[in-house]
Design a protein around this ligand. Structure first.
Ligand SMILES: Nc1nc2c(ncn2[C@@H]2O[C@H](COP(=O)(O)OP(=O)(O)OP(=O)(O)O)[C@@H](O)[C@H]2O)c(=O)[nH]1
Ligand SMILES: [Zn+2]
Length: 217
C-alpha cells in the first residue's frame, strides 16, 4: 500500500527574523531566518532575485543532520542538498527552503531510534516509524509555503523525486509548475532505503520530469 505523504495543510505563519550574506562553495546566497507559529526555526537560502522570476528553481529540503552534516551514507540527503545548491549556483538564482523537520518530522532522537529498529529487526523506514508509533511521514509543508510567500514566490520549479512533497506544497497553496528530478548520492548502504521510497512513497528515480500541474504555465 502506498502511504500518502501529502496532507491537507493550512497555510501557517512564518515570521522572518533576520537575514545575512552566506558565501558558499556554489556562490553567495542570502540566509533568511524564519520562526513558525509553533516556535520552530527554519532557514531559506536565496540566490539572485527569485521573486522577480516567473517560476524560480526551488529545493524544499528536510533536515537530516546525519546526512547533511555528518556524511551518513544511510540516505541520499547530503548529496541531494549539494546538487540543489550547485544547480542554483549554476542558474544564478533560486531558493533552498531548509525545513527543520528532521526524520520526516519525528525529530532527530526518534530517527536514531528508528534506525536502531531497522538495524535490529530488518524493518524498513516505514515499518520502523510505525513500530515506534509514528506516522510513516509526519512532515507538514505549511511552513514552507509561508516562507515562500514571505519571499514573494508563489509559483516554482521544484527539485524533488517525491510526489507527496509536490502534493503537500500544492495543498498549502504553492503552484508547482514543474517537478525536476534530483538524483544524487546512491551508494551500497542506501539501496534498500531508496527502494522503500520508491515502493511505499512513490518516489521517482528516473530522469523524467512531470508535466506542469493544472495550475501551471
Ligand atoms: N523517520 C525516518 N526519517 C528518515 C529516515 N531516513 C531519512 N529520514 C528523513 O527523511 C527526510 C528526507 O526525506 P526523504 O523521504 O528521504 O526525501 P524527500 O525529501 O521526501 O524527497 P526528495 O525531495 O526527493 O529528496 C529527512 O528529514 C531525513 O532525516 C528514516 O529511516 N526514518
Ligand atoms: Zn538523510
Amino acid at each position: 500500500m502506498t502511504h500518502e505523504a501529502a496532507r491537507t495543510t493550512e497555510r501557517s505563519k512564518a515570521r522572518e527574523t533576520g537575514q545575512a550574506r552566506l558565501p558558499t562553495r556554489w556562490g553567495e546566497f542570502r540566509i533568511h531566518g524564519f520562526e513558525a507559529a509553533n516556535g520552530s526555526e527554519h532557514v531559506a537560502l536565496v540566490m539572485g532575485d527569485p521573486a522577480g522570476s516567473s517560476a524560480p528553481l526551488v529545493r524544499v529540503h528536510s533536515e537530516c543532520l546525519t546526512g547533511d552534516a555528518l556524511f551518513s551514507q544511510r540516505c541520499d540527503c547530503g548529496p541531494q542538498l549539494e546538487a540543489a545548491m550547485r544547480r542554483i549556483g549554476e542558474a544564478g538564482e533560486g531558493i533552498i527552503i531548509y525545513l527543520r523537520q528532521e526524520g520526516r518530522g519525528i525529530g532527530l532522537l526518534n530517527k536514531i531510534r528508528a534506525y536502531g529498529v531497522q538495524d535490529r529487526e530488518g524493518a524498513d523506514t516505514v515499518e520502523a516509524n510505525e513500530a515506534l508509533g509514528f506516522a510513516p511521514d509526519a512532515r507538514d509543508y505549511g511552513v514552507a509555503a509561508a516562507m515562500l510567500e514571505s519571499l514573494g514566490v508563489e509559483r516554482l520549479r521544484l527539485m524533488t523525486n517525491n510526489p507527496g512533497k509536490v502534493a503537500g506544497l500544492e495543498s498549502a497553496g504553492v503552484v508547482v509548475v514543474e517537478r525536476l528530478p534530483i538524483l544524487a548520492g546512491r551508494n551500497p548502504h542506501n539501496h534498500a532505503y531508496l527502494e522503500t521510497k520508491a515502493a511505499k512513497f512513490g518516489h521517482h528515480f528516473d530522469e523524467s520530469t512531470d508535466p506542469p500541474s493544472s495550475g501551471g504555465n
